[in-house]
Each structure stands twice: as C-alpha cells, then as structure tokens.
Design a protein around this ligand. Sequence first.
Ligand code: FAD
Length: 477
Amino acid sequence: MKEQYDVIVIGMGPGAIFLAYEMLQLDKTKKVLLIEQGKRVEQRSCPIEKTGKCMKCKPFCHITSGFSGAGAFSDGKLSLYNKEDDDFYVGGNLHKYIGVEETKKLIDYTDQIYLNFGADPKLEGTQYKKEVEQMKEKAKKEGLTLIDIPIRHLGTEKAHELYKKLEDYLEDNKIELKFETIVEDLIIEDGVAKGVKVKSAKTAQSPIEEIYGKNVIVAVGRKGANWLVSMCEKHHIQTEAGIVDIGVRYELPDKVMEKINRYMYEGKFIGRPGPFKDKVRTFCQNPSGFVSSEVYDNNLSLVNGHSYKDKKSTNTNLAILVSHHFNYPFKKPIEYGRNIAQNLNELGNGNIVVQRLGDIYRGKRTWEKELETNKVEPTLKSAVAGDITFALGYRTMTDILQFIRELDKVVEGFANPENLLYAPEIKFYSNQVVIDENFETNIKGLYSIGDGGGMTRGLMMASASGVQMARILNKKK
Ligand SMILES: Cc1cc2nc3c(=O)[nH]c(=O)nc-3n(C[C@H](O)[C@H](O)[C@H](O)COP(=O)(O)OP(=O)(O)OC[C@H]3O[C@@H](n4cnc5c(N)ncnc54)[C@H](O)[C@@H]3O)c2cc1C
C-alpha cells in the first residue's frame, strides 16, 4: 500500500487552514492535503440577501461549509486574552492541553498571521478600563460575571477577503486543496489511521475513492459534529459525554447596548440563574448587526448573527445560550438539540421563529402584524412570528427568562418587552473526543483539532489549535 500524503486534513475551516500555513513555515517538503465538502471561498455566497429567505442550498449551506468553514461568513471577532489572566474564559479548552502561558504565546503568533493577511490592527475593548471595571462590579452584584477580553473585529466582508488571501497563499505553496469532496469514512487498520474514503459532492452517485496518508487530522467543525459522532461509534474512537448549548438569538436596539458596544464591542456575561443554576451566557454579540440563518444536517435551520464593517443596522444581536450536560441514562446531547431544532423548524414552517419578549411574559404568540409596528424591527426578514415556548423546553426557557431579568439590572432596557427572541440557536459539538497533549486520539495517527471534537469554540482558538497541530506533526519522527 502506497502512502500518498504526509498529512490529510478533513475540513478547511480555520483549524485546517492554520495547520497548513504552519506546515509551510516548518517544512515545505511535506505533502499536505486538505479535503472540504463545500466550495472555494470566492464561490461561497449566501443567497438570502437577494431572496430574503434561506434557500437551504444543496448539497451544503454556504454559511457553514467551504474554504474557511464557519469562519467565512462569521462576524470575524477574534477573541484574544488579557495578559494578567491566569485562565481562558472563552474560545475553548486549548489551554487544558498545552497550558495557559503556551496558549497565550500561540494566540499572539496566530494573531500576527491574521494581521499579516490584512486584519484590522485596531483592538476593541482596550480603551475603557475604568468603565468596564464599573460594569463588572454592577454585574457581580446581580450574580453575573462579565468577561472582558480584547477583540479584533474582522467584519464579515473583510473576513472573506482575508481568507481568500490565505487560500491563494496555500495553493501557491503547493498545499493540495480538494473541494466539493465529502469524507465518507476513515480508513483504520489495527488501531492505526491509514487514510480516508471520499466521494464527490457534485453528484449523488459518485464512486468512493481511497486516499492514504501517514497522519489524518479531523478538523470538521460543528458542521461535521454529527458525522464525527458516527465515526467515533463505528471505529471505537474514545469520547466523553459532551454538552449542547441551546438558546435564542436576542435582538434589541443599539441604544440599549450603547455602553457595552462602545466600551467592549462584545460583553460576555455568564450567570447561573435559579432554580436550575445551569450555566447561561451571552455569546457572539453583533453591534449594529444582522440576525442570520444557516442550515445544518437534515435541513435544520439554525439562527446566528453577524455584523459588517460598513453595512449597519440600528439593532444589536447576541446569543443567549444554556449549556446542557447529560450523563445517565441519556447521553446524546446532539440528538436532544436536534429534536428541539426540528420542533422549532416545524413551528416556523421550515423557518426561524421570532417572538417578542413581552408576548412570552403575556403567554401569547407573536403575530406578523404586531412585528410590523414593533419598535425593534427584525433584521432577519425570513423569520416567522410565532411561539418559541412550544418547543424550547421549560428548563431552557426559565433559564433564559431569569437571565434576561438579571441582566436588565445591569443593562437597563435589556428586558424591554419589544426585544426579540429568535430560535433555535444551538451550538452542536461532537461528544468530546478524548485526545492526549499531542491531540492524538486512541487511534494512532488520528488527531482532532478545532470545534468539531469539542476542543475549541471560536475562530482564534480553532486557528491556534491548527498551528499547534502542525508543530506537533513536525516534531513527530
Ligand atoms: C454565522 C457565524 C458567526 C460566527 N462568528 C464568530 C465570531 O465572531 N467569532 C468567533 O470566534 N467565532 C465565530 N463563529 C464560530 C467560528 O466560525 C468557529 O468557531 C470556527 O470556524 C471553527 O473552526 P473549525 O476549523 O474548527 O471548523 P469549521 O470552521 O466549522 O470548518 C469545518 C469544515 O469542515 C467541513 N467538513 C465537515 N465534515 C466534513 C466531511 N465529512 N467531509 C469534508 N468536509 C467536511 C465543513 O464543511 C467545514 O467547512 C461563528 C460561526 C458562525 C456560523
């Protein structure tokens, strides 16, 4: 059997891209192949701006698949860190594998690559230390933690340009990029990864091809979380029970969020509201942004949000997410989240459902005509007015409503009745893939990086995990 590649990477999200970039810095002679089911970055475009509604693109959603993965259309907020912090509070768990100080160095290095490829040198959230401290104190009194970290904001359209430059750089330097190709299966023999089985995404009946390599890196992101679960089951790849984050996208006037937007760009609040004490957090805040929708496996529509550098709305949107763990006897967080999403999609006739906060308090659905005169105008035009309480579940709903009440005491107007909740917003992670400090699974030569296996949860850490993976592979004999 002929080994064709030194490194095969499944996926072309930030994790995979930065792995390939770093391989080039370390050893240009290595044969590296990246395989992606979606398209080249310049061929990715979400039709919603023209059509006004999600077209459920086939075979893959442009928002979540293609070169730069979920990163291309992401708002491009790179979460950095505070020098004085001795832990990481956002972005994932990379530091659990390589240590906090090493992770900081790695983030500095990765940030510099983003800068070299055109990221804005301006950092958000660094000028207003005194004001942020005051807000932190206020939050603390309400039992909430406010995390402030510097943010580098690329903006959705700028992120696209930056990733195009990276795509060109990798190809110019002979990294092989195989697009519109689905990795169907892993080739594992006697507990050792040998390669992958792929087929073309262009036609339904394309033949399976086998590709061999010395190292196989799974970098499939949340889009591939479901596929990864099936691979873990089939090939006995060790996992630990994971979590699923379920919640809503919350939209409210910029005016209400004015101070946070100005001082921090993104305020990350974490609480444990009663009676359940589940972890509830705000995530992915988009000042003057737009709520968006994306499509996952089985045609599931999920809500998200982004903001542009130039095009602005008058609303801020952010996710409010509840982390759910399951241990016994039920251990399937992805299925739990998927069932909720399916029910909500049915309630919205295949679309995202939107409801006013005040209507939830009043125990009624929201009607289209009520939205027409609502002070907060929805930015996701395809969302259907309805009742998310039918499907979101008592526990999640209670957590969210209580969290909103608590945050209202810190940010006046956060619980205004005309604010909007869109659902489902769900962050799927595979069950946590068990990896060692070299990111290797219990299958020799099979590695996991980025969001898919549960190590990271954001652009910066996913990218940094790729850089680290390249360094690990380079040291391997
Ligand atoms: C709308 C949106 C906004 C976001 N905004 C931010 C933000 O502002 N800041 C931030 O830090 N994070 C943000 N994120 C999250 C961020 O994009 C991810 O954390 C990051 O992209 C994860 O990188 P990754 O390399 O692990 O995986 P991904 O970027 O998800 O890439 C994985 C790739 O693998 C491919 N793939 C999966 N399975 C297969 C298979 N079987 N065969 C072939 N290819 C496969 C997928 O098509 C995908 O392209 C956002 C995400 C979205 C969707």
